[in-house]
Ligand binder design. Structure first.
Ligand code: F6R
Length: 239
């Protein structure tokens, strides 16, 4: 189902409700989470639901991705970002929030992370943002749909997009460990949030364009249970 709403805050509330619906039915759910700007309204709305009594204490969380070459305590590592934006405001146990730990052997870390997800029983609901070029996680256009968690190179465009979080472009890492499109595709349900005009073309390509690796987001057309929340600007290309 695709919901188009006037603003990011409302989109965030809808996705938070989708998550709450899962957790009320399955208190020990496994939920995949994203970093970046898109999910922030979801985390804010979830914090309100927690204040209202929603119990997330038995949920296990898996991040989509992590940079290679930043120590976990670096303020822009996704470990730190999720500690700040998810763990703290929702009062979660940070040990229940898994993030790839590339350390000195990112290839081993990628394999270990995939195994951790399998051991947890797989992901019940994967929360996603989408890149302006259609990427999911750090799976850039051209990445095969079946690939598991792996080490990937960031494109120049993605490094430029993410440079806003770093003192300069030079400091943006060039490699990451990311859940693969195979990993993401195996989640039993998905929730995509996209807001702003810069996402309109990618959203249209993902939801209504041809299915294939040229648009990683088009993988969602093959997934059986996809909840999409868009603001008017991001939905511009769909209607
Ligand atoms: C985040 C991630 C990325 C972002 C995408 C959109 O963990 O893997 O795919 O979801 O780059 O980023 P924002 O939301 O900042 O526009």
């Amino acid at each position: 189902t695709t919901h188009v709403v006037p603003d990011a805050r409302t989109a965030g509330s809808l996705v938070a409700e989708r998550i709450a619906r899962l957790v009320r039915a399955v208190p020990a759910a496994v939920i995949g989470v994203a970093t970046g700007s898109s999910p922030l309204p979801v985390y804010r709305a979830l914090a309100d639901l927690v204040d209202g009594g929603l119990d997330l204490s038995r949920v296990t969380w898996f991040a989509l991705d992590e940079y290679v070459g930043l120590p976990p305590e670096h303020p822009e590592s996704y470990r730190s970002v999720l500690d700040r934006e998810l763990v703290a405001p929702l009062g979660l146990d940070r040990l229940r929030v898994h993030v790839p730990e590339p350390g000195s052997d990112p290839y081993a870390a990628a394999a270990a992370y995939e195994a951790d997800i399998v051991r947890a029983g797989g992901i019940d609901l994967q929360l996603l943002g989408i890149g302006g070029n259609g990427h999911l996680g750090f799976n850039e256009p051209g990445t095969p749909f079946g690939i598991p968690t792996h080490v990937a190179e960031l494109t120049h465009a993605t490094r430029r997009d993410n440079a806003r979080f770093f003192p300069s472009l030079l400091e943006v890492p060039t490699l990451c460990v990311t859940q693969g499109l195979g990993t993401i595709g195996r989640a039993r349900a998905h929730a995509l949030i996209a807001t702003g005009e810069a996402k309109a073309a990618a959203v249209a390509a993902a939801l209504t364009g041809p299915v294939g690796p040229e648009c990683p987001g088009s993988l969602l057309q093959r997934c059986p249970d996809v909840f999409v929340a868009l603001d008017d600007a991001a939905a511009g290309g769909v209607e």
